[in-house]
Design a protein around this ligand. Structure first.
Ligand SMILES: Cc1ncc(C[n+]2csc(CCOP(=O)(O)OP(=O)(O)O)c2C)c(N)n1
Ligand SMILES: [Mg+2]
Length: 561
């Protein structure tokens, strides 16, 4: 039995003190010291993080990201050397774009077999080493990347990395830690502190007063949001503010979260156009690119931006066109604003009525479109959304990894609770991993990944299904299967409307000859079903849900237009 502490223990201790609940990993030999520490933790019945091994690195990163999005709690990821880091890089980029805090560590060797008493294996010299160090590989897709170069600095380096990740702007941080460092003897701290959470910053009272005064004066104020619903409290604070002042809420197309109850009379959909010319105050709550093209400023509005970190260093270009920034904690800023705001009752009552009428018109249109879509074959994605509305419980968590169907989905899928929608950021291939992380964080809620056939195939599918089975995370994937990368064809046609491809109907980069998705589900003992008949769709979704309830992952492959 191991009788001395080493860097592996230091790493696990640091995660414990950071409050990490899960270490997501795709294995590599450098992690033997951590496996020892984990075995020791279990053997001694100590509480601490659980280690979950999965079959693909981006899957590991995305499960961690999903869990953090669901719970607000930062997690840790261990990847193998430079190779595993590259495999995980797409997930890390997604986490960086979305601002998800995370500590990612990968291994390295420093001795390459020259140390007399330790042989890390010749693979480190032959095919794993990265010239200049692994930090360079991810420098531009994390907040901070560096090396924890000795066992004496390892513990505090990991603690600091975790603290950094959780500060605004939140995001993933990366450390390279060598096998030799992990194996070196380590003396635990005699009195280690529990790491406190990042402090909550507040918007200055004078800025709250200034915006409250603008709100009182404004005749046509609008709230535009992309990410207010990241936390339940921010969602609730936005609802309370809007209700007090009868503020219309417009979501950015492709918004990141469920930001507002969709059946609320103040909810006005995703089209800013009807408000564009007349709005005199725009309160933008977390939107990375509020206007498009980016410098397309609303002609008469004062623009106030409420966001902890509006300048997103994961983006090459932004243009907020903001006249004022409120960068304190968003939930608290919205609450402070609601408290400070004076209500002009007559004006607010008129606005409330007008907005409710506009909302009703929008819902009538939505219902009519859904009824009209019912009979179509192949299945109309509008009908697929209507069927999900009919079958899925109200607290279902959806993950959006569709492409050309996104607008339809946002218009026709209805949710009225916080945390009902999450969106994949960065490249395709992350939806299934995110869904598992969300299920891990919210086991009591149904979790459904809405996913294009193309997107599905970019995912580490077998790894995701295997993890769903092994870690008892039954989720459902609903494949929007149009047997193609429709986005590619659409863009080709837009770029070359009179091109040769259009003339002879020959498109590269478009067609998919899909595998049998039903069999894919079955290969891990999951439930699979293909649906072509719109009348049979709801029963199929019910069977998928039932399979999930009995602990099995499910894939419902819906042939759509
Ligand atoms: C990792 C990655 N590779 C390639 C792309 C480019 N891409 C964007 S959309 C798309 C097609 C997606 O197909 P599908 O999920 O079936 O949606 P559809 O276009 O049919 O709506 C592709 C290949 C990407 N976004 N990410
Ligand atoms: Mg497709």
């Amino acid at each position: 039995m191991k009788n001395q502490f080493d860097g592996g223990t230091a790493l696990v201790e640091a995660f414990r003190k950071l409050g990490v609940e899960y270490i997501l990993s795709s294995p590599g030999t450098e992690w033997a010291p951590v496996w020892e520490a984990m075995a020791d933790q279990i053997h001694r019945k100590k509480s601490g993080p659980k280690l979950l091994d999965v079959w693909h690195e981006t899957l590991a990163v995305d499960i961690a990201a999903g869990y953090t999005l669901a719970t607000g709690k930062m997690q840790a990821v261990l990847l193998h050397a430079g190779a595993g880091l590259l495999q995980g890089a797409m997930g890390m980029h997604g986490a960086f774009v979305a601002g998800v805090p995370m500590v990612v560590i990968s291994g390295e060797s420093m001795t390459y077999g020259e140390q007399p008493e330790f042989d890390p294996g010749a693979q480190w010299m032959n095919n794993l080493s990265i010239v200049g160090g692994t930090s360079n590989l991810v420098d531009s897709i994390v907040k901070y990347s560096s090396v924890a170069g000795s066992v004496y600095t390892l513990y505090e380096s990991v603690i600091r990395a975790g603290e950094l990740a959780q500060r605004q702007p939140t995001g993933p941080v990366y450390l390279s830690v060598s096998t030799e460092t992990l194996m070196a003897a380590w003396t635990p701290l005699t009195n280690p502190r529990t790491v406190p959470p990042a402090p909550r910053m507040l918007t200055a009272p004078e800025d709250i007063e200034k915006l409250a005064a603008q709100l009182y004066k404004a005749k046509r104020p609008v709230v535009l949001t992309e990410g207010a619903g990241q936390e339940v409290e921010t969602y609730e604070a936005l609802v309370a503010l809007c209700e007090k002042l009868a503020l219309p809420v417009v979501e950015k197309p492709g918004a990141l979260f469920a930001n507002f109850p969709k059946d609320h009379p103040l909810y006005q959909g995703t089209d800013i156009k009807p408000f564009w010319n007349d709005m005199d105050l725009a309160i933008v709550v977390r939107a990375r690119a509020p206007w498009y093209p980016p410098s397309n400023r609303p002609p008469k509005a004062m623009v106030a931006m409420v966001d902890e970190a509006p300048h997103n260093s994961a983006m090459v270009y932004q243009s907020h066109q903001a006249d004022m920034y409120l960068e304190g904690n968003t939930a608290q800023t919205l609450r402070d604003l609601a408290n400070a705001a004076t209500v002009d009752k007559t004006a607010v009552d008129v606005r409330r009525k007008e907005l409710a009428a506009a909302h009703d018109t929008m819902v009538e249109k939505r219902n009519a479109a859904q009824a009209a879509a019912r009979k179509k074959t192949p299945i109309d994605p509008v009908w697929l959304c209507a069927s999900l509305n009919a079958v899925m419980p109200k607290d279902t968590i959806y993950i959006d990894e569709v492409t050309t169907h996104t607008a339809t989905l946002r218009q026709h899928l209805v949710w009225n609770e916080p945390q009902c929608l999450f969106t994949r950021q960065g490249g395709l291939g992350q939806g299934l991993g995110l869904s598992l992380g969300l299920k891990l964080g919210k086991p009591e809620r149904p979790v459904v990944t809405l996913i294009g056939d193309g997107a599905f195939l970019y995912n580490p599918v077998l790894g995701s299904l295997g993890a769903a089975r092994d870690y008892k995370l039954p989720t459902m994937a609903v494949v929007f299967n149009n047997k193609k990368y429709a986005a590619m064809q659409g863009m080709h046609q837009k770029m070359y409307p009179d091109g040769i491809a259009a003339e002879i109907d020959l498109y590269h980069g478009t067609h998919i000859h899909p595998p049998d998705f039903v069999k894919v589900a079955e290969c891990v003992g999951g439930y699979g079903e293909q649906v072509t008949d719109p009348e049979k769709l709801q029963d199929a979704l019910k069977r998928g849900l039932e399979a999930n309830r009995s602990g099995k992952p499910a894939i419902i492959d819906v042939i759509v237009t």
